[in-house]
Design a protein. Structure first.
Ligand SMILES: [Zn+2]
Length: 334
């Protein structure tokens, strides 16, 4: 039921939508765009308040839209028409009836032969508060496993924002990652299967076993990031001070920050790492190092989500506090 109209970007100076032979449409830079540029702040067209939504949730939200909004919804891409043989056909008997119905609804939408409310939702939805939403303009960006832009739901301004995270040349396609950037190829392939496509980016197409390829370098970095993530995960957040007492904890966080940057991952994970490095250094009394890390945290946070992001102030406050402490130390020395 998709209409034969060419999708339009909102009036903006950053990008336009162009047809890509055999791939539908994509978003292309109108000029050079530097890291940190917010190219879109998009309002939700349709949203549901729970993550494990049912068809009935989407139907209710859809019924509340205007006729124009309903038409716009059906211009969005749908990942239906998939081969049922490529998906598990049986639901385990221990699964609760409601969850069983949910799985069946999603399965039917993916393998059905027409675009439906749910197939479009599945293909385009992004996390929003505790649920998910469809953003008509953000939904037009294609996927790449090493993207040059990133997206976030900003609850303060109630918009989905897209920020450039790796400089984009004029005319280059602007792409997002629909999956977790540190996931390995089999996991990414499985995640992307839900959207109904096979990724043809360098990290997916090149031979990972060939040490001369980008795919190899990327796979090695993702593997190491997963290891470090597992080793540090439990000691971050509330148990950070406990982590600070471990000799190589900061080293591991610094390694992770370096690997994310090498991988081109300047998403919100990076400022979170810098912030933890700052807090550990502060805890240890190394205010100089703490200040460097906190400044980088604030900078990276602004780049990927903006200074209007809900927890941006937390970052800015840590930097201020550390600056004050450093100032006191330096004054006492003088
Ligand atoms: Zn890929």
């Amino acid at each position: 039921m998709a209409m034969n109209t060419i999708p339009m970007a909102p009036a903006n100076e950053f990008y336009e939508i162009r047809a890509i032979p055999s791939k539908g449409y994509g978003c292309f830079a109108l000029k050079q765009l530097l890291r940190g540029t917010r190219i879109l702040a998009d309002s939700p067209l349709l949203s549901v308040s729970v993550g494990d939504y049912m068809l009935s949730d989407i139907e209710a939200a859809f019924a509340a839209l205007t006729t124009d909004e309903q038409s716009l919804y059906f211009t969005l891409h749908s990942g239906h028409g998939q081969d049922a043989k490529l998906w598990p056909s049986r639901i385990h008997e221990t699964v609760e009836p409601q969850e069983r119905r949910r799985i069946q609804e999603q399965h039917d939408a993916r393998t059905g032969d027409t675009a439906t409310l749910i197939s479009i939702f599945q293909t385009n939805c992004m996390e929003k508060d505790r649920g998910a939403g469809v953003f008509p303009h953000a939904a037009r960006f294609n996927h790449c496993c090493n993207p040059n832009a990133c997206f976030s739901w900003n609850a303060k301004i109630e918009k989905e924002t897209i920020h450039v995270m790796n400089d984009v040349a004029a005319g280059e396609e602007i792409v997002l990652s629909y999956c977790d950037m540190i996931h390995d190829k089999p996991l990414r392939t499985w995640e992307l299967k839900h959207y109904g496509f096979v990724c043809d980016c360098r990290a997916c197409v090149e031979d990972e076993d060939d040490e001369t390829t980008y795919a190899h370098l990327s796979a090695v970095r993702r593997f190491r990031l997963n290891e470090l993530e597992r080793e540090t995960r439990l000691l971050r957040g509330a148990r950070l001070e406990e982590g600070a007492s471990q000799e190589d904890f900061v080293t591991k966080l610094v390694q992770m920050a370096a690997l994310h940057q090498m991988e081109g991952d300047f998403t919100a994970r990076l400022p979170a790492l810098f912030l933890d490095i700052a807090l550990v250094c502060e805890f240890k009394g190394d205010f100089k190092m703490a200040e460097v890390a906190a400044a980088r945290a604030v900078h990276a946070k602004k780049d990927c989500q903006g200074a209007d992001f809900p927890d941006y102030d937390k970052y800015a406050n840590v930097l201020h506090r550390i600056k004050d402490k450093l100032h006191v130390v330096q004054k006492n020395k003088a």
